[in-house]
Design a protein around this ligand. Structure first.
Ligand code: ZN
Length: 391
């Protein structure tokens, strides 16, 4: 029985630190609940919004001792239903991530772990620091195989890089892939890394074939400020970028303004917007069936792309996803819908789970950076195979 003991008697002193790129948590106190002792935590809202869900912190303490945590306000998070069956991501080095079981009970999220080292990071998903994206962009710049340009600046003045592959020419198809409009969906950044790495591999036949017939442009992070600030959903001005595509504003959503301007300048034949999903345990796509201009041609392209993608990566489930939108009802504030309508092209939102792919579960790991990267590689194969039908 824990009652009657002090916190120190049960849990060794545990230090919490969230003051780093992507860090986010509030320490409420040392004790929580009746009869249970550990560190009580609360979710920190996005910097300019009341929305909250992303968390990421380092914990320091005695190796081998159990550390107990409770996020006391988990039920106030966006997509709180997603805590059911969720496992926290944990890592000692920021590279290798494993899962720690949780219990979602009475609106709070409980988890405990006995780390083998003094320091360990716990996060809603494997973190993807801004420095890692900068290294990826720098690798592309130095490769001689890619063109790197800055589309514009974020609210806080950070440059938004885009990496392009393939020969310029009037017949080249324009493929655009953007990732991480929602900063807490770090799996999107891992997926973008997989895409860029494959495009940097000159010996890869898919890459070579794509480069002959298309210009593939990847924007690895749309919401750089939000990622650095440890936000879940919004940019530094408190706006959801994926609700700003019909009328982006240079002051409040400059990220969308910049990307949209680049798309209008280049034209688009295929558009993919990469995200993460808190609740649904599988990888899926959302199409443009609710767009006013949706046609049988686009429906056919969507089916073909999704069937091919499922063959290239069995993690992808073409038959799963959100309920279809009613015709003419889709929200043109969303990137994929706006692009699909404006350019009359194949345009999809791709979603990967925070939890796991329930059809191919990996106990102890869940959906992971490695699987996100591999999914990105498959996305390029599917893009190549639909290329002849895009126009
Ligand atoms: Zn999202």
């Amino acid at each position: 029985m824990y009652q009657g003991r002090t916190a120190a008697a049960i849990t060794p002193p545990v230090r919490i630190d969230a003051d780093f790129d992507g860090g986010s948590i509030i320490v409420v106190g040392d004790v929580y609940g009746a009869g249970e002792l550990g560190v009580a935590l609360a979710l920190r809202p996005d910097n300019a919004s009341s929305l909250r869900r992303w968390f990421c912190f380092r914990s320091w303490g005695e190796p081998g001792e159990v550390r107990r945590f409770c996020i006391v306000d988990a039920e106030d998070a966006e997509f709180a239903a997603g805590w059911d069956g969720y496992q926290v991501c944990a890592s000692y080095d920021g590279e290798d991530w494993f899962r720690v079981a949780t219990r979602y009970d009475e609106g709070a999220l409980f988890f405990e772990h006995a780390p083998s080292r003094r320091g360990i990071t716990f996060a809603a998903f494997a973190t993807y620091p801004h420095a890692r994206m900068r290294r990826l962009v720098e690798r592309a710049r130095r490769s001689g195989r890619a063109r790197v340009r800055v589309l514009g600046e974020t609210v806080q003045g950070r440059p938004i890089p885009a990496i392009s592959f393939g020969e310029e020419g009037p017949s080249a198809a324009r493929i655009w892939i953007i990732a991480r409009q929602h900063p807490g969906e770090t799996m999107a950044a891992w997926c973008a890394e997989g895409i860029v790495e494959r495009l940097l591999d000159a010996s890869d036949p898919v890459t070579a074939a794509l480069a002959e017939e298309a210009i593939v442009t990847v924007v690895p992070s749309m919401n750089i400020d939000g990622g650095v600030l440890g936000n879940h959903r919004t940019n530094a001005a408190g706006y959801n970028l994926n609700r700003a595509w019909d009328a982006p504003d240079l002051a409040t959503t400059p990220e969308v303004f910049a990307a949209r301007s680049a798309l209008l300048e280049s034209g688009v034949d295929l558009f993919l917007d990469v995200h993460g999903e808190e609740t649904l345990p599988y990888v899926f796509a959302a199409g443009c069936e609710g767009n006013p201009g949706y046609s049988e041609r686009i429906a056919r392209l969507e089916r073909t792309f999704e069937e091919v993608l499922a063959m290239m990566d069995p993690s992808f489930s073409p038959d799963q996803g959100y309920a279809p939108e009613a015709p003419g009802r889709d929200n043109l504030e969303c990137a994929a819908n706006w692009v699909g309508e404006r350019f009359d092209c194949l345009s999809l939102t791709l979603e990967m789970p925070f939890k796991d792919d329930m059809f191919h579960p990996r106990p102890g790991r869940g959906w992971s950076p490695g699987r996100s990267r591999r999914f990105g590689r498959a996305v390029l194969e599917a893009s190549l195979l639909v290329l002849p039908q895009l126009r």
